[in-house]
Design a protein around this ligand. Structure first.
Ligand SMILES: [Zn+2]
Length: 257
C-alpha cells in the first residue's frame, strides 16, 4: 500500500468532530461516482505528488458544496501512480454516507466506521481497477489488523450500508466491481487472504498504548511518556516492534536518565 497522509483540516467535518472520538468497529467502502481518477479532485493542497487541486476539493468547509468527508481516498497521483491518502484521523468520526445514520445529521460519535472513497474513472480501465482494488485490499487488511476487525463481517460497501439502513441510497461499489468479476464477498475474502499472507506492511504490529506494549518494553515506554518525550498522535503511540527494540536498547545504554 502506498499510504500517505494529508488531513483535510478545513473541512467542516474535521472542524465539527475535532474533539469527538470513535472506536473504529468496521470499514465502509465507497467509490466516488464521478469520472475523475485524480486525488487532486478531492485533496488539497498539492504536496508535490497530487498536482494542482480542483476548485471543488474537500479541504474547504463544504466539500464540493456538500457536508461530507471520509477517512481516506484511493486514486491517481499527478504522475499516474496510485496511492491511498489518509485525510482524517482514524479515531475521528466522518461524514461519509449522506443522510443515513452514518451521515452528518446523526450522532457521529457512535458511527464507528472507517470510510474510504475510491476515485472512479470511466469504469472501463481494467489496469486502473486492478491497482485501486489491490490498494483497497491492503488498506482494509491494515485497518482490520490495527482495529481487530473480522474482515468477513466488519467490512461493507455503501450499497450494503443502505440495505442495512445506515447509509443513503447509493449503488457504490456494486455498479463497478462486477464489471471485473468482483463483488463484496470476494473483496472480504481477499482482505482475509491478505491478512493471513501478511504482506510486507503487515509484518509489524503497531503498539498504540502502554498496556499493549510487550513487558520488556513497558518500563522504557512508561519512562518516555512520563518525561513527555513520547506523546503519541491522536491515533495513539504508533510504535512498531523495531521502534520498541531501539528505544529499549538506547534506554539500557543510559540515554534517557
Ligand atoms: Zn458512497
Amino acid at each position: 500500500m502506498n499510504l500517505k497522509k494529508l488531513l483535510l483540516t478545513n473541512n467542516e467535518c474535521y472542524i465539527a468532530n475535532k474533539n469527538k472520538k470513535h472506536i473504529p468497529k468496521g470499514g465502509l467502502l465507497h467509490s466516488t461516482g464521478a469520472n475523475n481518477p485524480y486525488l487532486s479532485r478531492y485533496i488539497a493542497p498539492d504536496d508535490g505528488l497530487l498536482g494542482k487541486p480542483s476548485s471543488q476539493h474537500w479541504n474547504q468547509v463544504l466539500a464540493g458544496g456538500r457536508k461530507a468527508c471520509v477517512h481516506a481516498f484511493i486514486g491517481k497521483l499527478k504522475d499516474g501512480g496510485v496511492a491511498t491518502y489518509q485525510v482524517l484521523p482514524w479515531d475521528m468520526p466522518c461524514w461519509g454516507s449522506g443522510s443515513g445514520s452514518l451521515g452528518p445529521t446523526k450522532n457521529a460519535n457512535n458511527n464507528g466506521y472507517l470510510q474510504v472513497e475510491i476515485c472512479e474513472d470511466g469504469l472501463n480501465d481494467k489496469d486502473y481497477f486492478d491497482l485501486v482494488y489491490k490498494e483497497a485490499i491492503e488498506l482494509f487488511a491494515y485497518w482490520s489488523k490495527k482495529f481487530n476487525w473480522n474482515p468477513l463481517t466488519d467490512i461493507i460497501c455503501h450499497s450494503e450500508g443502505h440495505k442495512k439502513g445506515m447509509a443513503s441510497n447509493h449503488a457504490d461499489v456494486m455498479h463497478w466491481f462486477p464489471k471485473y468479476g468482483k463483488n463484496m464477498d470476494l473483496f472480504r475474502q481477499d482482505v482475509k487472504k491478505e491478512i493471513e499472507q501478511g504482506g510486507e506492511e503487515m509484518a509489524e504490529k503497531v503498539y498504540n498504548t502502554l498496556s499493549e506494549c510487550p513487558d520488556y518494553a513497558k518500563p522504557t515506554i512508561k519512562k518516555l511518556i512520563d518525561k513527555k518525550l513520547l506523546n503519541g498522535s491522536s491515533n495513539g503511540l504508533n510504535l512498531t516492534e523495531s521502534m520498541l527494540r531501539i528505544l529499549v536498547i538506547t534506554d539500557r545504554a543510559g540515554l534517557y536518565k
